[in-house]
Design a protein around this ligand. Structure first.
Ligand code: ADP
Ligand code: MG
Length: 207
């Protein structure tokens, strides 16, 4: 099995779902240029396949200013040679993913994400591939499905989540070596839905 780092994993997901804008920086100046363009706050993440839970390893920092960015960049460089700089996305967190099951083959899953995924274990599964109607039914199965129809009076753009589920469910056809793929979180608001974190595990193959 080969575990991809966050930057490589985001590349696997590219084309399947919109990604939060990001740049992989080796030098603080590169990070600064990106942050000025994207606007603060930005999120910094150490890029290392050895770090599974970045938050717990202190490898995720939200920065609000240039001096803050310079300080945190140095700290993250102690963990990894590369630092991902990413736009900050506001919204509700979902998990979307793939797993290779020994009986069913690839299954696609979705649920309410962030910390709640561990607390409520509110995730539902379907065998790949699924069409739009099946993806909507998958979301309806969630105990937390009500969150999609409104948070503080604002309706989330659920169709973007459905689109990500459908496209993700078609990915194993092209990339059968995916053993596991976790998008956590996919952040959804009333205008957009973006992947901010991904983790991919590939089966070892000959090529
Ligand atoms: P990990 O899951 O490895 O700890 P994440 O990249 O998922 O690392 O970051 C942890 C948490 O930080 C996310 O669940 C989310 O709440 C927040 N976060 C990370 N990146 C962003 C972003 N670009 N915009 C908004 N929140 C973010
Ligand atoms: Mg995550």
């Amino acid at each position: 099995m080969r575990v991809l780092d966050v930057a490589e994993s985001l590349n696997v997901v590219r084309g399947v779902a919109p990604l939060a804008r990001h740049f992989v920086a080796r030098k603080v100046d590169e990070a600064r240029v990106f942050a000025k363009k994207a606007g603060f706050p930005v999120v910094l993440k150490a890029v290392s396949s050895g770090i599974v839970h970045k938050t717990e390893a202190g490898a995720v920092r939200i920065v609000h200013s240039e001096p803050d960015l310079a300080r945190q960049f140095v700290l993250l460089k102690r963990l990894a040679p590369k630092v991902l700089v990413q736009e900050f996305v506001r919204g509700v967190e979902f998990i979307v993913g793939l797993k290779k099951d020994p009986v069913f083959g690839h299954v696609v899953l979705a649920g309410v994400g962030g910390v709640y995924v561990e607390v409520y274990k509110d995730v539902s599964f379907r065998v790949c591939p699924v069409d739009e109607a099946e993806a909507w039914r998958l979301l309806d199965d969630l105990q937390g499905s009500a969150v999609l129809s409104g948070v503080r009076g604002k309706k989330l753009k659920s169709e973007l989540l459905v689109d990500a589920i459908v496209k993700l469910s078609e990915l194993p056809k092209k990339q059968p070596r995916i053993a596991e793929l976790d998008i956590n979180p996919f952040i959804l608001n009333d205008r957009e839905g973006k992947v901010v974190d991904a983790r991919v595990v590939l089966e070892q193959g000959l090529c």
